[in-house]
Design a protein around this ligand. Structure first.
Ligand SMILES: Cc1ncc(COP(=O)(O)O)c(C=O)c1O
Length: 399
């Protein structure tokens, strides 16, 4: 690295420290679970993980990963179209399509890659893509990239504001393909997209609906099949993207699910697929085992829902005002970024791991600590966390 670049970066890092927005990595010495062992901190209750169903340490999932490694070796040593597709990839893709209710699916090394592949591969300069204002960074960057590559038209509609979306689609009637992209569950709010309304508006304008269900797969719906199942609309969403790095085992990986033609086209032309390796064997195998576990144990999803309801209700009873909702993402807004970071540090001292988020991850003035509960938290785990919240909240004058 050139010294002038290093000097600039170091100055900026110092500024982050002065502003109280410098992020410190917490190193864990144990698998993701309801309680984890954190280096120098010991055992803490973990409210900072997307391991919603507890599958990342589920014995059947771990065993499948090891068996995948034994059977297929470490990985494909190539991109898929050259010599790199294992039968486990095909099995996983069939299982994912079955789970989310589409004809086909195609896996990527991350949902970031899956999102990046979609608009930049399938759109043209005759098309329009509209994105919810609070969509995940991977969608925002995917659309920026698509605009550069394809010269497609782009726009942002107000968060969950269907009237705004309707007006923007009406103003773009002459675009050949109109694509609307939304998170299923918004990761910083825990809010669920108004899918029935979104589908109605998009159908009216002949727009393709793309839902990023990263925080909904394994979480929403009676059997964890995502936002569409939650609303009784399974099979109605044109394209679903999601991650394998959260509820479905938590290792890594993502996928695009939709029509067979879409997945085939992405196989033929999607650059993140054409020029990057396939999912490692262990990951493909453990993700497949996670889907099968979920299909066999829908009661895990119900436990997750009960835990989320309990924790949210108890926070309210303590006098906090978590954002209302029904997902296991439970944010407590504290205002400034430094306050969120301070609260998460104080909670950690009390044995609870919760991350504080501030600008630019969330809008200025809405910094928060974001609690995430899982199906494997016991009442003891949650009560211990609540006791810490009471103590820290009182100390900071929040309750
Ligand atoms: C809504 C959403 N989409 C995409 C991603 C990226 O997923 P991955 O970690 O598989 O790249 C995330 C991860 O934070 C997410 O929350």
């Amino acid at each position: 690295m050139s010294s002038s670049l290093d000097a600039r970066l170091s100055a900026q890092l110092d500024q982050f420290r002065r502003d109280g927005v410098y992020k410190t990595l917490n190193y864990l010495e144990s698998p993701q679970a309801a309680r984890v062992r954190m280096e120098r901190q010991g055992e803490v209750v973990n409210l900072s993980s997307n391991n919603y169903l507890g599958l990342s340490a589920e014995p059947a999932v771990v065993a499948a990963g090891k068996a995948g490694l034994d059977r297929f070796g470490a990985g494909t040593a190539s991109v898929r179209f050259i010599c790199g597709t294992f039968t486990i990839h095909r099995d996983l893709e069939a299982a994912l399509a079955r789970l989310v209710g589409t004809e086909a699916s195609l896996t990527f090394v991350s949902c970031w890659s899956a999102n990046e592949a979609l608009p930049g591969t399938v759109l043209t300069d005759r098309d329009l893509v509209l994105s919810d204002q609070l969509n995940h960074a991977s969608i925002i960057d995917a659309i920026r990239l698509a605009k550069n590559i394809t010269k497609c038209h782009t726009g942002v509609y107000e968060h969950n504001n269907l009237a705004d979306l309707d007006a923007r689609l009406a103003a773009a009637a002459d675009r050949e393909v109109k694509m609307v992209v939304s998170d299923g569950v918004f990761s910083m709010e825990g809010a669920i997209v108004n899918l029935p309304g979104l589908l109605e508006i998009c159908r009216k304008h002949g727009a393709v609906v793309v839902l990023d269900d990263s925080h909904a797969t394994g979480v929403l719906g009676k059997t964890g099949r995502g936002t569409a199942e939650h609303f009784g609309l399974l099979g109605q969403v044109d394209v679903i993207t999601s991650t394998l790095g959260k509820a479905l085992g938590g290792a890594a990986g993502g996928f695009v699910a939709g029509s067979a033609a879409l997945c085939d086209y992405l196989t033929q032309r999607g650059r993140p697929q054409l020029f990057s390796n396939a999912l490692p064997s262990t990951v493909a195998a453990s993700a497949l085992a996670s889907v099968e576990f979920l299909e066999a144990h829908p009661e895990r999803v119900e436990t997750l829902r009960e835990n989320a309801r309990y924790f949210r209700d108890q926070l309210n009873a303590l006098g906090f005002k978590p954002l209302p909702g029904e997902t296991p993402i439970i944010p407590v807004i504290v205002g400034q970024t430094a306050a969120a970071i301070q609260m998460s540090q104080l909670l950690l001292e009390e044995g609870v791991f919760v991350t504080g988020f501030g600008y630019p991850v969330v809008p200025q003035g809405t910094a928060r600590v974001r609690c995430q509960v899982s199906a494997v938290h016991t009442r003891d785990d949650l009560d211990l966390a609540l006791a810490a919240f009471r103590k820290v909240g009182a100390r900071l004058g929040l309750i």
